[in-house]
Design a protein around this ligand. Structure first.
Ligand SMILES: [Fe+2]
Length: 220
């Protein structure tokens, strides 16, 4: 593997592995406060899936000479986790299932298409599982919205867009990675990835039962 490709691949994979760990931590923090046994079951399911995702990526990182090390600092992790802990159940689902998993995976999919076969294989199962996790979140939201008035729906929608916005700003600040350069090494353009993110945001909102819309920071 070419040296610049190796570093780009390893760096991006470290970020994904660390986001899997963060997702695992967020689910674990939420577990005692899940609102139903079904919700608890789903969180435990996701925790198990994130363990698999991390293991797959960890196994891919070592042979390319970039063993895992966390990208998010302890302080940033704590800040993100504290912010999530203040969200109610639906806010949590909007942040993790719809935002990080549902929208974030659009970028992982594009990177995977441009990656070497070994890296692509390490992302195959995570991509499938994260779609399943997203569908849990969209179904929960759809059920809530079906019982909501037009006014409540509008308020929920504004809040979800704000949550997407906040997660983007929080993670962009917390990840000290020049993504644009690494994507370029793999033949990906920032604008194409942003288009993929915007398209996926609209899809996730539609699947949840919302009118279309984009967070402010996704439009700029
Ligand atoms: Fe994952």
């Amino acid at each position: 593997m070419d040296e610049t490709v190796r570093i780009a691949t390893g760096t991006l994979l470290r970020v994904y592995a660390d986001i899997d760990l963060l997702a695992l931590e967020l689910c674990t923090d939420r577990l005692p406060f899940a609102p139903s046994s079904e919700a608890r079951k789903e969180l435990m399911h996701q925790i198990n899936e994130e363990v698999v995702h991390f293991t797959l990526q960890d196994r891919t990182l070592s042979p390319i000479g970039m063993p895992f090390s966390p990208v998010l600092t302890l302080a940033k992790r704590q800040e993100i986790k504290a912010w999530f802990s203040r969200l109610d159940w639906y806010g949590f689902l909007a942040g993790l299932q719809l935002g990080i998993e549902g929208i974030g995976i659009a970028i992982v999919e594009r990177v995977s298409m441009h990656a070497d076969p070994l890296t692509r294989e390490s992302l195959r199962i995570p991509i499938i599982d994260e779609m399943r996790q997203t569908s849990f979140g969209t179904q929960e939201w759809r059920a809530l919205l079906s019982k909501s008035s037009a006014r409540e729906k509008e308020l929920h929608r504004a809040r979800v867009l704000q949550i997407f916005d906040h997660i983007y700003l929080l993670t962009a600040e917390a990840l000290p990675v020049n993504f644009e350069n690494y994507w370029a090494v793999l033949g990906l353009k920032k604008e194409d990835l942003w288009n993929a993110v915007r398209e996926r945001t609209l899809l996730v909102l539609e699947q949840s039962g919302f009118e279309p819309g984009l967070p402010a920071s996704f439009v700029a």
